[in-house]
Structures are given as C-alpha cells and as structure tokens.
Write a protein that binds this ligand. Structure first.
Ligand code: FAD
Length: 397
C-alpha cells in the first residue's frame, strides 16, 4: 500500500470502532492522514464472539498491515478440519478444510482479540468513546458531525463504519434499517476443552434447521454460535434470560454443549437478530461513504461480514492514496466494490435457504429472486474459489 499523504484529505472522521472502523483508521494513518474514530460505546469490552477469517479477508488485512496477520496467527487457531454432527453428537461429516488453493489459511480468533490487536496499532487519543453520532451535515468543503454527548467535530471525509443499523447510511440515503431475516443468533466464548471440540476444528451440531457452530479460537478458547429460525424477533429482558433461552434450546442436545454454555458468563453472550441483506446501489454521496456492514448488511451464514469488510478497507484506502480528488476516489471505490459485495450478499441468502433445505442447489436463484449477479449462482467450488482467491485490482474510471 502507498504511504504518500493524500493531497485533499487532512482529517477523516470514522464512525464506529468495529473491524471496519479500526482497519480503516490503520490504513489511512499509514498515508499520513489525521483520523479520528467516534464510537458510541463507553468502553471496548470483551463480547462473547469468535470470528472466522477466510483467505480473502486475511489477504486484505495483510495488505493493510502484515503485522496484524502475524499476531492473528499467533493468538488465533488455524482451522484444518470441518465436522458436522447431530445434536446428540453422532458424526455426519468429517473433512479437511481445503485451503490449498488460496495461499492464506482460515483462522478463528476471539472477537475481542481481533479488536485489541487492531486497537493497539492506533494511538489512544484518536479513539473517542462515548461519542454516538446523531447527525451530520455536509458542505462542499467539509462534514460537520454532532454527537449525543453534545460535542461536535468537523472533518474532510466521513466514513460510516457503524454497522448493520448504520445511522450514517440512514441519513445519507434516507433508508430504514434492514428487515428482520427470520433467524435469531446467540454467541459466546469460553475457555473449554473436550474431545468433541478438538483444537483447529470447526464443528457444527445440527438439528432440524437449528445449528450450533463451535470454533476453536486458539489459546484454549472455544466460541459457540446458536442460529435458530424464528418467525419474529426474540429479545431477552436481561443477559441471564438470554443464557436460559439458549440452555432451553439445547436441553436435549449433547450434554457437553449445555456445559459449555453453562460455563459462559451471561454478560458476555451476544443475542442478535439476523437481518435481510440490504442491496445498496450506491455507497457514497459527496464527502460521506460507507464501509463494512453499513455498506453491505448480510446474514452471517457465509461467515463473510468481517472478511468483506477488510476487502472494502483495502480498496477504499488504495483509491484514496491513488486518486487526485475525493470524488474520483469514492466513485472508483464504489465501482470496484459494489458488484462483489452484492454477489456475496445474494449468496448468503442462498446459504440461509440452504440451511432450511440442505438439498437446495444454486439453480434455486433462477426461480426465487430477481436480478442476481451470475457469480452468485455458480457451484460451491467455483464460488469458493472466486470468494477466497480475491485480490484487489484497481481500475479507474
Ligand atoms: C452470529 C454471527 C456470526 C458471525 N460470524 C462471522 C464470521 O465468522 N466471519 C465474518 O467475517 N463475519 C462474521 N459475522 C459478521 C460480523 O460480525 C460483521 O460483519 C462485522 O462485525 C462488521 O464489522 P463493522 O465494523 O462493519 O460493524 P460492527 O462490528 O457492527 O461495528 C460497528 C461499530 O459502530 C458503533 N456504532 C454504531 N452506531 C454508532 C453511532 N451512531 N455512533 C458511534 N458509533 C456507532 C458500534 O457500537 C460498533 O462498535 C458474524 C455475525 C453474526 C451475527
């Protein structure tokens, strides 16, 4: 990545300190740009989730900062085996993780470790916690930001990295939040060892459309994610109620799974509805653009939210370093990213449908959806190759 200072950007404001916001800040600071991250949370605390980084995401992150990838490899777990079991633990599938064609591994790591590795790359004074963006106004010269705590800031470029219910996206395009997608998820992380959950393995326990995904996260941690189809959103009143709900769901599953959830601190369990993908025709307007979930909300079934986020950051930071003016940089960023992101979003819809009906094949797209990119309809192997072999190629218009 180039390290020359952008001639037209002095100060960039990023909303959100998730993977998108932190990675964007790291990439832009390497170009000598002054960056500020505004995060609504009062502290970055260890939430209970693990994340799988796939070769496309790792390659993108390596382009942003190779040292981050080295630290991920030290702290996380390289996945080498994929298993499916029944809820009671009977084996259904046991196969190696096929990463030979992709020159980068599949890594699982605790969400908090990923966040901490990236945060440590940034000076603390650029991260402004307890800064919930409520409103922005843009002029030809800059963007004025207003926060719930009464503070204000002025930046040359505003980047909305504020996740699935992005306020930046809402204000930029006058859009509602994505609709509920018919699934609830609960996620947790716990130090745990058991022969059913060996190191370097991903194991899915499945029962009638419900699944519990277990990942070795390295350093003795196992992350779990329960995904259940539900007609309406379920909101637990407090953390213990969420944990009780998960334990009820697992009451007839293998006792090890119940023990794993039982040991998990209820305060760290993350309960989230899955949203419908939102297919945006445009990501930027004037001096404001989007990255990550804000730009391409998608269901988690392909494990691509964070990975495509790192692809966005690689592309955005590259165009900002190459283009002579902001409008061209944002236009080219959008042109470069949108079709690929749409393709992945559509493919997650297929994966969601496939979880309900495992016999579904990609031709399903031909009958049930409107204009879907051709690449979203190809076979599993062709799609995996296209997804995981991603390299940024920058063409300017
Ligand atoms: C069950 C489940 C499993 C998943 N597994 C994987 C996986 O294995 N691999 C993968 O790649 N992805 C996975 N994902 C997706 C992944 O979690 C997201 O794609 C990723 O977090 C997107 O990062 P982001 O930075 O864009 O958004 P977020 O992580 O949502 O971060 C947004 C940040 O913005 C802040 N914010 C929001 N609004 C404001 C505001 N108004 N002002 C200031 N700050 C604000 C939030 O507090 C938050 O810190 C999974 C998701 C789920 C639900």
């Amino acid at each position: 990545m180039q390290s020359e200072q952008s001639p037209y950007l002095n100060k960039v404001g990023i909303i959100g300190a998730g993977p998108a916001g932190l990675a964007t800040a790291i990439a832009l600071r390497k170009q000598g740009i002054e960056v500020h991250i505004y995060e609504r949370a009062t502290a970055l605390r260890p939430i209970g989730a693990g994340v799988t980084l796939s070769p496309n995401g790792i390659r993108s992150l390596a382009a942003i900062d190779t040292d981050i990838v080295q630290q991920l490899q030290q702290q996380g777990s390289q996945l080498n085996r994929f298993r499916i079991r029944t809820a009671k633990g009977w084996p259904l599938l046991n196969q190696p993780v096929k990463d030979d064609d992709y020159d980068q591994p599949f890594l699982a790591i605790r969400w908090f470790s990923l966040q901490e590795i990236m945060r440590a790359k940034l000076p603390p004074e650029i991260l402004h916690l307890n800064h919930q963006l409520t409103h922005f106004e843009q002029t030809h010269q800059n963007v004025n930001l207003s926060f719930a705590n009464g503070e204000m800031a002025t930046v040359d470029l505003l980047i909305g990295a504020d996740g699935i219910r992005s306020i930046v996206r809402k204000q930029l395009f006058d859009l509602e939040d994505p609709a509920y997608g018919g699934w609830m998820t609960w996620r947790g992380v716990q130090k745990y060892q058991h022969p059913l959950l060996p190191p370097h393995h991903t194991t899915i326990f499945a029962k009638r459309g419900k699944s519990l995904i277990l990942l070795d996260n390295g350093q003795g941690y196992v992350s779990w994610a329960l995904e259940i189809p539900m007609p309406t959103i379920h909101r637990s009143q407090h953390p213990e109620a969420a944990k009780t709900r998960v334990l009820q769901e697992l009451s007839k599953w293998h006792p090890t799974l119940q023990e794993l959830v039982n040991l998990t601190d209820a305060d760290t369990i993350v309960e989230r509805p899955v949203c419908e993908p939102m297919i945006l025709p445009q990501w930027s307007n004037g001096r404001v653009t989007l990255v990550g979930d804000a730009a391409h909300p998608m269901a988690p079934f392909l494990g691509q939210g964070t990975n495509t986020t790192f692809e966005d950051v690689w592309a955005l930071s590259t165009y900002l370093s190459q283009q002579g003016n902001l409008a061209n940089a944002l236009k080219n960023y959008e042109n470069n990213r949108i079709e690929r992101a749409h393709t992945i979003q559509y493919r997650t819809m297929y994966s969601a449908a496939q979880m309900r009906n495992p016999f579904l094949r990609p031709r399903w797209f031909k009958t049930s959806l409107g204009k879907v990119p051709d690449q979203a309809k190809v076979s599993e192997k062709a799609f995996s190759d296209w997804l995981y072999q991603y390299e940024l190629t920058t063409e300017s218009t």
